[in-house]
Design a protein around this ligand. Structure first.
Ligand code: FEO
Length: 395
């Protein structure tokens, strides 16, 4: 993508990655992504805010050439992860006079990851400023969105916040600004669920911190720019602060149909009791969709057959993932079928130590489910509905 002007002297100079389908060799990217980088020309100094993934550094370098940038004084690294920092070495090659501006912790990580010489760095404290002449950059330390070294950059005179990953979305689009809030809501929620949710407490603190600033534009380093910042701020406030909803998430695997029969019956039993259920067959599900469902759910019920004396490996994977994502759950239970025994429940319970939940009684059946098993599922559904009601959870 060619450079585009956001305000006089402020340009978007990053790259769109239409075809990327996996991030961190883990996170699905159904809509690709972008690595946004921003150039700010002050009356005396020029700054570049974040760079791009190293695979797309040519795009950034070409954009800087197209804008006839003769020198760069500061390369601001809000975050050390390589999708934003990876092209810093290329930028420093082209502009050897440039200094890398970042938090002290970020400096250490960039030296470790990219072997940037120590002399290239200028570290900044929280709320410290750097003048570009007629423009001022203020650096806001914002640890754990989603690494420990992260900061945000605020361009005071233009009231633009550059928050890097914070408020971002994996979305490849030619729209410079958000044009379809429904589409961006989905992409931003997926991003929050996969990247930010494990750090919900830090997100809450950083949302409070951002409240002190008048913001006209939020220009993240993934996805389109927000020229109506209240939209994404309100989304984040709701995801990070709201209590969970009257929702059960039900990830499951069935090998020969017994667990599936239990799942189908149980989903009906919950729906009859006005509990919303989101059901995911783990052989086909997009784990990003599962992560998004966990943002709002109060309860997870895991459905698994017993195989090799434990849970199905795909179910174990989902449990480990949920444990890492640390959703704001209240209750967990396990249902499923076995043929001759095993430790599926004990093993799964041991995989979710991060989840501060009440473990509800499990329902396991030997072979195909029978009347007594369906009664136990009805009883579990009634318990969940009652507990959601006690906590005043709404759908
Ligand atoms: Fe977009 Fe944490 O990198």
């Amino acid at each position: 993508m060619k450079p585009r002007e956001i305000k006089p002297g402020v340009y978007s100079v990053g790259a769109i990655d239409w075809d990327r389908r996996l991030f961190d060799s883990l996170v699905p990217l159904p809509d690709g992504t972008s690595y946004n980088s921003y150039l700010i020309k002050g009356s005396k100094k020029t700054a570049l805010i974040d760079t791009v993934d190293p695979t797309m550094s040519d795009v950034l370098i070409n954009n800087l050439s197209e804008l006839e940038v003769k020198s760069v004084d500061y390369v601001v690294a809000n975050h050390a992860e390589q999708d934003h920092s990876g092209a810093i070495p290329r930028v420093l090659e082209k502009y050897p006079e440039a200094k890398v501006v970042c938090t002290p912790k970020c400096k250490g990580i960039l030296i470790d990851l990219l072997m940037i010489p120590e002399a290239k760095f200028v570290t900044v404290n929280d709320k410290e400023t750097i003048s570009l002449g007629d423009r001022t950059l203020e650096f806001i330390h914002a640890p754990w969105v989603h690494w420990p070294e992260t900061m945000l950059t605020y361009l005071r005179e233009d009231k633009i916040l550059f928050p890097c990953d914070f408020f971002g979305s994996h979305l490849a689009t030619t729209d410079l600004y958000v044009s379809d809030e429904g589409q961006v809501y989905e992409a931003a929620k997926r991003y929050y669920a996969e990247i930010m949710m494990p750090f919900r407490t830090s997100i809450q603190k950083n949302l409070e911190k951002v409240k002190d600033y008048t913001i006209d534009i939020i220009a993240p380093s993934h996805g389109p720019i927000h020229d109506r910042p209240e939209f994404i701020l309100e989304c984040y406030r709701s995801w990070a602060f709201d209590k969970p909803k009257n929702i059960v998430v039900l990830p499951y695997i069935s090998m020969h149909g017994s667990t599936r029969k239990m799942v189908e019956y149980f989903v009906g039993a919950l729906a009859q009791r006005n509990v919303t259920v989101k059901q995911f067959d783990l052989t086909v599900t997009d784990i990003g969709k599962l992560a998004m469902a966990l943002v709002d759910a109060a309860t997870v019920v895991i459905g698994t057959p017993t195989i090799l004396a434990g849970p199905h490996p795909n179910v174990a994977y989902a449990a480990i993932l949920a444990n890492a994502l640390r959703p704001n759950l209240k209750f967990v239970s396990i249902i499923g079928s076995y043929s001759w025994g095993g430790k599926a429940v004990e093993q799964l319970a041991g995989m979710i130590p991060n989840l501060k939940v009440e473990i509800l009684e499990s329902v396991l059946c030997k072979g195909f489910p029978k009347e007594a098993n369906f009664e136990a599922l009805d009883s579990l559904a009634a318990t969940i509905a009652e507990k959601h009601k006690e906590h005043n959870l709404v759908s």
